[in-house]
Design a protein around this ligand. Structure first.
Ligand code: G1P
Length: 224
């Protein structure tokens, strides 16, 4: 196993914004008289803005024309953008920065992948905009997760194949998308649904490159 690139998802991996997305989607869903439970949200976690809204509307059995869909999505985004204004570098999740610096020292490339169109704003607030070798966000992809385009763009930008790349993701949708294109995957969060990944860690606290390789080798050997 030769790992040359690590791709990091943003919301819920680098910073706890996945929770803010959930809260704003949940509030929006109440306008459709629909209760968006955390369990249901897991099914749409990681999808793009419009795709997420369409799924919530389908569950709520609501139909709207394209113009209305765009303006409802904008409402949700306006609320979310207000919430991320107060983000600060201290909110970067524990262990992220030291793992990134270790990768840099080892000449392992790093990428940031996020279906969010707010990714660059968040990275700038966290002072992480210059920390990755490439960034692919919601403005640069045509096909959203479950399509693996977002990860493939990261690896193509750096000329590294999926079989030499690890993707860190907190959503089942993201893990499935990355796996479908042949990337190694590490879930960030609780096991359970994330167990479809090659390995799962709760967060990056104390995590390092050697531990990553050992985890992947051990888990892959026991599944083969
Ligand atoms: C979009 C979605 C959000 C999703 C996120 C990916 O972000 O709204 O639910 O989880 O992508 O992390 P947005 O472009 O609205 O910031």
């Amino acid at each position: 196993m030769k790992i040359e690139l690590c791709i990091f998802n943003l919301d819920g991996v680098i910073v706890d914004t996945a929770h803010l997305h959930y809260l704003t989607w949940k509030e929006l869903a109440t306008k459709f008289d629909f209760e968006l439970s955390p369990i249901l949200y897991e099914k749409i976690k990681g999808l793009g803005r419009i795709e997420t809204l369409r799924q919530i509307m389908a569950w709520a059995k609501i139909s709207k024309d394209e113009k209305e869909i765009e303006s409802i999505a904008k409402l949700k985004n306006d609320h979310y953008v207000q919430m991320i204004q107060m983000l600060h570098p201290t909110e970067i999740r524990p262990g992220v920065k030291s793992f990134l610096s270790e990768l840099k020292k080892l000449y392992i490339k790093t990428a940031l992948s996020s279906a969010s169109k707010n990714a660059k704003t968040i990275l700038s607030k966290l002072e992480l905009l210059q920390q990755y070798d490439t960034i692919v966000d919601g403005d640069q992809i045509e096909h959203c997760i479950p399509d693996p385009e977002i990860y493939l763009k990261c690896s193509q930008n750096l000329n590294i194949t999926p079989s030499n790349t690890v993707v860190f993701e907190d959503s089942v949708n993201g893990i499935n998308a990355a796996k479908s294109a042949g990337f190694y995957t590490i879930g960030i969060g609780k096991t359970g649904a994330l167990s479809i990944a090659d390995a799962v860690i709760p967060n990056f606290r104390g995590f390092n490159f050697k531990e990553m390789l050992n985890l992947l080798k051990f888990n892959l050997a026991s599944t083969n």
